[in-house]
Design a protein around this ligand. Structure first.
Ligand SMILES: *Cc1c(COP(=O)(O)O)cnc(C)c1O
Length: 400
């Protein structure tokens, strides 16, 4: 269609992000929403998405790495930010100076944060001392303080807090998304960890455990805040067929491209690498310049995955290549330059990222985070656009 649009484009609707956050915030209230914008906001663009999420009612942002938190501060976002996955040699002092809250997963990290906090205090950083969230491993066996180490960590944290060297803002953990039984066991482990923290004299204002899946289904998991990633992007956290539409959520990302070639071929024509697929009739093939380098999984080969061409759902045929896929449009009239929607909001007739994920044997999270670097990102919508950059201001009190 329009030749002014990029050849390949991921369009991110910031109003959909804000509206998904506000839908989830209403559902989980009085718990607050920590909007998870790690991995470039699941491929959607960290800074604009963070602003839209705050406009939609999130009170805090969550990221994995400190670098991701610094990127948000660099853009002038002054909301509270929590980062929880650290380089073993991370320098915490600059993060503390900027009021970036630090997830702590070991005694060693706690000591290093305290030292960095002292340095930030000596440098008269307005945001010092450090604000930390202690993370307990309740059964994911990944990040987080091991249960046997927890009493030592909370005791030391209480001492450091009493000395004014840091503030324990939160205690948190993460579910393994396994089963109701495992969820219940993790919740019980979290309760024990909270009791131990309380016995040590800690009064964390923010207890948080749930991500999208439990936040949407299990009120007992919500505590003071929930950490929402996938739901905010309008994709489903559930593997049981519950769609984002069932949850009242709208996919924010649309991946589109323009047809670059159209060819009429006879029956029994081999298509793409290895001729894994052959035409069984005369048909029209169109070439779409989205391959596995752009986020179309190679595992979608032969899966029946479809794209939207001129309002019609049409199958990808033959091997998914690095730069392109072939789509069989039958006798439909398609021209070079016509728009193809690879995934988007199913309400428009397009397949969803969740549907493509299902076909390729993966999850929607992986589809959106792996949209490739040569795909242009375009942000549309008003949400968060009015938020002016406001410099390196440290966040104030706990408000989630
Ligand atoms: C990624 C992540 C989340 C968000 O999970 P979703 O399933 O996308 O809601 C929450 N908490 C932690 C610790 C995470 O790593």
């Amino acid at each position: 269609m329009s030749a002014t649009r990029p050849l390949r484009e991921a369009i991110v609707d910031l109003d959909a992000i804000a509206s998904n956050v506000s839908t989830i915030a209403a559902r989980v209230a009085p718990a607050g929403v920590i909007a998870v914008v790690k991995a470039n906001a699941y491929g959607h663009g960290a800074v604009p998405v963070a602003r839209a999420a705050l406009a939609g009612g999130a009170s805090r942002l969550g990221v994995a790495d400190l670098d991701e938190a610094h990127e948000l501060r660099d853009a002038g976002i002054d909301a509270p930010i929590l980062a929880w996955l650290h380089d073993p040699v991370a320098d915490f002092a600059p993060a503390i100076a900027r009021g970036i809250e630090i997830g702590v997963s070991s005694l060693d990290q706690l000591e290093r944060v305290a030292q960095a906090s002292d340095a930030a205090t000596d440098a008269a950083a307005p945001a010092a001392p450090a604000r930390v969230h202690l993370k307990i491993d309740t059964g994911l066996s990944r990040n987080g303080v091991a249960p046997e180490e927890w009493p030592a960590v909370v005791a030391r944290a209480a001492d450091l807090e009493a000395e004014g060297r840091l503030v324990v803002v939160g205690v948190f953990s993460h579910f393994a998304n396994t089963s109701r039984e495992v969820d219940a066991a993790q919740l019980a482990a979290f309760e024990r960890a909270l009791a131990a923290a309380d016995a040590a004299g800690l009064r964390p204002a923010l207890r948080h455990l749930a991500s999208s899946e439990q936040a949407l289904r299990d009120p007992s998991s919500r505590y003071d805040a929930v950490r929402i990633g996938i739901g905010m992007y309008g994709l489903t956290p559930f593997g049981d067929g519950t769609t984002s539409a069932d949850l009242g959520l709208t996919p924010a990302m649309t991946l589109r491209a323009r047809v670059v070639a159209v060819r009429r071929v006879p029956g029994d024509t081999g298509v793409s690498y290895g001729h894994l697929w052959r035409t069984d009739r005369p048909t029209t093939l169109v070439l779409v310049p989205i391959g596995y380098a752009d986020g179309m999984p190679r595992h979608a080969t032969g899966s029946g995955a479809e794209v939207l061409v001129g309002g019609q759902r049409r199958p990808i045929v033959g091997r998914v290549a690095m730069d392109q896929v072939v789509v069989d449009v039958g006798d439909q009239a398609v021209e070079i330059g016509d728009e193809v929607v690879v995934f988007g909001d199913p309400a428009t007739g397009a397949p969803s990222a969740d549907e493509l994920a299902e076909a390729a044997g993966t999850i929607g999270y992986e589809i959106v985070t792996r949209v490739g670097a040569r795909v242009a990102r375009t942000h549309v919508g008003e949400a968060g656009g009015a938020v002016a950059p406001s410099g390196d201001v440290a966040p104030g009190g706990v408000d989630a």
